[in-house]
Unconditional design. Structure first.
Length: 404
């Protein structure tokens, strides 16, 4: 599976990108653990806190094409350093925010902008321009697995820190962990043998975006990725609440999130290998259909610790494994010249779904006392996503914006 990653410099680039994503995604995907303790300390209701996290979901997506465009034009180094610093700043000031508006600023804007600037679009774009074409599929799987490993590590660690030092101490610890990733930026952005170099052309980015926005396959890809964002944001935000409704201890939620991350390490590596063997649209359709089946099985099962752990393992296998085939389709359609920007736009669609998943989850539990309607919506959206991926065409569109 990783046979194409056979040069030391390729491994340095790949693992550096994976390490940065481990931190930015690990921090971001564990914020649901803070909802209950923040609410208990500040007196803010779950709907208010969920709104702040939902804004963060949207902001994380909205910054992706902007950060990608800046990285495509000027290089990824400054974008990644700035992102990590903002993520650390947002985490550090959150304990001083005692209102819903304050949380919107710290978690909904500053932290989200920082984690978005250090996330998939910039990292995969930067790696793709430094790797030979035969290594990109496997490398994207390894990079994606880094984000999943971050969730596996951060969720139980932060839960323990919350228990020992309180949620404020856990937030400050997360800020320090974010700063520790800064040396990896230099490893990722260092020039390597065979790196693709680009000459900026006036109107090149605008033309690439315009071409993409007229392509039907690109829009179908957006619809499927919207559903992925809805699933993930709903679960990372409200899984602790679902566990609490079932009368189970908070550790079940943190370990479930960790299991999701662990399972997705294998899922991401497998997805990266599948990109080289099968059409990416079929890989995506299978992943989305499997989610509908898993959620239906969860709703029929007894709410025990084992049920949550099995559900987490099954869902985790496809959790962020949608990223390698989605990025691969964007690359096939338009090349890698503006991959960070064009893939960033698909991540914006992902996070529009994420905003709705996080916010509607909070409204649903506040109004109905459980998450039943959200689970049904999850199933319906997963089936729609599986269907709309099937007509996607994976051939290049017009001029391929590759090595300009």
């Amino acid at each position: 599976m990783l046979r194409s990653l056979n040069r030391p410099d390729i491994w340095v680039v790949t693992l550096a990108a994976a390490g940065i994503l481990m931190v930015t995604m690990g921090a971001r995907q564990s914020l649901g653990l803070f909802i209950a303790p923040i609410g208990a300390t500040t007196g803010l209701g779950i709907a208010s806190i969920s709104l702040a996290l939902a804004i963060g979901q949207f902001t994380w997506g909205a910054i992706q094409p902007v950060a990608g465009a800046v990285a495509d034009r000027y290089g990824p180094r400054a974008v990644l350093i700035g992102g990590l610093l903002l993520l650390a700043l947002g985490s550090a000031i959150t304990p001083f925010m005692g209102s819903g508006f304050g949380l919107m600023v710290s978690l909904g804007l500053i932290s989200a902008i920082g984690s978005g600037a250090g996330s998939f679009s910039v990292l995969i774009g930067a790696a793709a321009q430094r790797l030979p074409i035969e290594a990109r599929g496997s490398a994207s799987g390894v990079i994606n697995a880094g984000g999943s490993f971050g969730q596996f590590v951060f969720a139980p660690v932060l839960q323990k820190l919350i228990q020992v030092f309180g949620w404020m101490g856990a937030m400050w610890a997360m800020a320090l962990m974010t700063l520790a990733a800064l040396p990896l930026v230099g490893r990722l952005t260092r020039p390597v043998e065979g790196q693709v170099t680009h000459v900026h052309e006036a109107g090149g980015l605008k033309k690439a975006v315009g071409t993409a926005m007229k392509d039907r396959s690109y829009w179908l890809l957006h619809i499927g990725f919207f559903t992925c964002g809805f699933h993930i944001a709903f679960l990372v935000t409200h899984l602790p609440g679902e566990v609490n409704l079932c009368g189970l201890p908070p550790s079940v939620a943190s370990w479930s999130l960790a299991i999701i991350g662990l399972a997705n390490i294998f899922g991401s590596l497998y997805a990266g290998s599948c990109v080289a063997k099968y059409r990416s649209k079929y890989v995506l359709a299978a992943m989305y259909a499997s989610r509908a089946v898993l959620i239906a099985l969860y709703l029929m099962a007894p709410r025990t610790e084992l049920t949550f752990y099995l559900f987490a393992a099954g869902l985790g296998f496809t959790w962020l494994a949608t990223v390698p085939p989605t990025a691969a389709i964007v690359g096939k359609l338009f090349g890698i010249r503006y991959l960070a920007t064009l893939f960033g736009l698909t991540l914006l669609s992902h996070q529009i779904g994420g905003f709705l998943g996080a916010y509607l989850g909070g409204l649903t539990i506040s109004r109905f006392g459980d998450f039943g309607w959200m689970w049904y919506a999850d199933i319906a959206l997963a089936l729609i996503a599986a269907i709309v991926n099937l007509p996607i065409r994976e051939a290049p569109v017009g001029q391929k914006f590759a090595e300009a």
